[in-house]
Write a protein that binds this ligand. Sequence first.
Ligand code: ZN
Length: 302
Amino acid sequence: MSYSRLSFFFISIILLGVLSGEIVSRPIKVVTITEDFASIAKDIGGDLVDVSSLIKGSRNLHHINPKPSMVMKVKSADLLIRLGMQQDSWIDSLIDVARNSRVFPNQNGFLDASQGIQKLEVPTEKISGQLGDVHKDGNPHYWLNPENGKHIAKKIRDKLKLIDQNNQDIYDENYMIFRDKLDEKIKEWQDQIKPLSEFQIVTYHTVWSYFFDAFNLNRVGELETLPGIPPTTRHLIKLKSLLNSSDKPKLVISASYYPRDVGQSFAKDIDGHFETIPANVGESGVSSYMELFDFIIEKLTQ
Ligand SMILES: [Zn+2]
């Protein structure tokens, strides 16, 4: 092969790699939206991955303004893990601006972790903005059921195995360790949370629907009239009469990013208890996915 043909050959190989997104960094750069998914990705990738999240702690994910620093993270990502269910639609524009072909939809470096999740509260009719459009595809807070944590972990494992085929055994092994540990913890949590099954529970927004579903808790309603639509007096009166029709103890739960006074005064009104709990890793010193459930369950049962 002549010199020029040889250089053409190598340049073609490099270009092919760039275009198809096959050149990955070491460690593999994983970018997630929230710290919950980052925690799971760290468990599955171990030393082979370098994980960062675009958002820190518990934030209202329905109202996120992308920042320039996020573009830089998306630009260098080998694997971008999104929440999906239109909860992070703002990431589409970041992917466009970052022009990193590795994380384009349908590439190995693009993961919508909501795919395959058993979705809750999927609207049966078309909903408009006036009717609250933040849960158009159903309730997107799915990581708050630990069973879904296993699903997320499995999806991350499969993507890492595609991106880094030489280390498939390690990702398989890490997944099994994560799954077994989570199964063990789920049993513990089920025991721990039993006293709460007596309670009628109200939340500000439907953040913990998957959590209640996982632990068979009795969710009565929300302070919001519809997802994303603030409470009205009329709605709260109706909710109060519904709660008062039973003698069971009452609990009002809110995320820290919703107005605390609304939850507190409603709890006082119904003679119930009020708690603020985290919806994501990174709040109140919670540093891992499993710790998030430890913390929430401890706080609700203390
Ligand atoms: Zn929501």
